[in-house]
Design a binder for this molecule. Structure first.
Ligand SMILES: Cc1cc2nc3c(=O)[nH]c(=O)nc-3n(C[C@H](O)[C@H](O)[C@H](O)COP(=O)(O)O)c2cc1C
Length: 199
């Protein structure tokens, strides 16, 4: 089977997000112009480079996280884990501007060092970032679409030392959750190694 812009009837729902899966969840912390904390999950999210460490997330519409990251010039990423899944889901609610999703989800705020952006204190790892790019996405005709991408450079890394084993961050022990298609999530529970051909 193959198709272009029009999905065949056999596919009841768009499989795009089920195919590009699992996607890490960028749990994005910001403050609005009044300093009120904001938290929201974004699975159109990823790390996009090393040295310097860069991450990006994309918003469908001008949501609070992108507006705050653009206007305040900073944001955080917190690792969303199985233990925090319910709180992550609460933070995805369509809360009004100025609602503090940390408070709504019962999440204490961690102590930021390099920025004023808030992060989830109970998360095994969090990153403070400075916004380096904000752009509206354009389609193949160059026409702007209602999608907005923020790129940030990591300026501070927070790790709960309980998750450090043999000098490494133990990702599987943190049990990060990831987004798939539909209402599906995945949990990272194990890791396996593969040597590079040239290593
Ligand atoms: C796991 C998960 C991933 C999500 N990913 C995105 C995303 O990539 N882009 C987006 O616009 N909305 C996404 N949403 C919806 C937003 O989290 C939701 O609209 C939220 O209210 C945005 O919060 P904010 O306005 O405070 O930024 C996602 C929701 C969930 C539960």
């Amino acid at each position: 089977m193959h198709y272009g812009d029009t999905r065949p009837d056999i596919l009841k729902y768009d499989p795009f997000k089920a195919i590009i899966a699992p996607r890490p969840i960028g749990w994005i912390g910001t403050r609005n112009a009044d300093g009120i904390p904001n938290l929201g999950p974004y699975s159109f999210f990823n790390a996009i480079g090393n040295a310097p460490h860069m991450i990006c997330f994309t918003s469908e519409g001008l949501k609070h996280s992108v507006v705050n990251a653009r206007d305040q010039g900073e944001f955080t990423f917190s690792l969303a884990t199985e233990d925090l899944a319910q709180a992550m889901n609460v933070s995805s609610g369509a809360w009004p501007d100025g609602a503090d999703e940390f408070a709504q989800a019962g999440l204490p705020i961690g102590e930021s060092v390099a920025t004023k952006a808030p992060f989830v204190a109970d998360s095994p790892a969090a990153l403070e970032c400075v916004t380096v790019s904000f752009q509206q996405i354009v389609d193949r005709d160059g026409a702007p679409v209602d999608r907005y991408m923020v790129i940030g450079q990591v300026v501070q890394t927070h790790i709960n030392e309980a998750y450090i084993r043999d000098g490494r961050f133990d990702t599987a022990a943190a049990r990060p959750i990831a987004r798939m298609g539909y209402r599906d999530y995945a949990t990272v529970t194990e890791a396996w190694e593969l040597d590079r051909p040239d290593s």
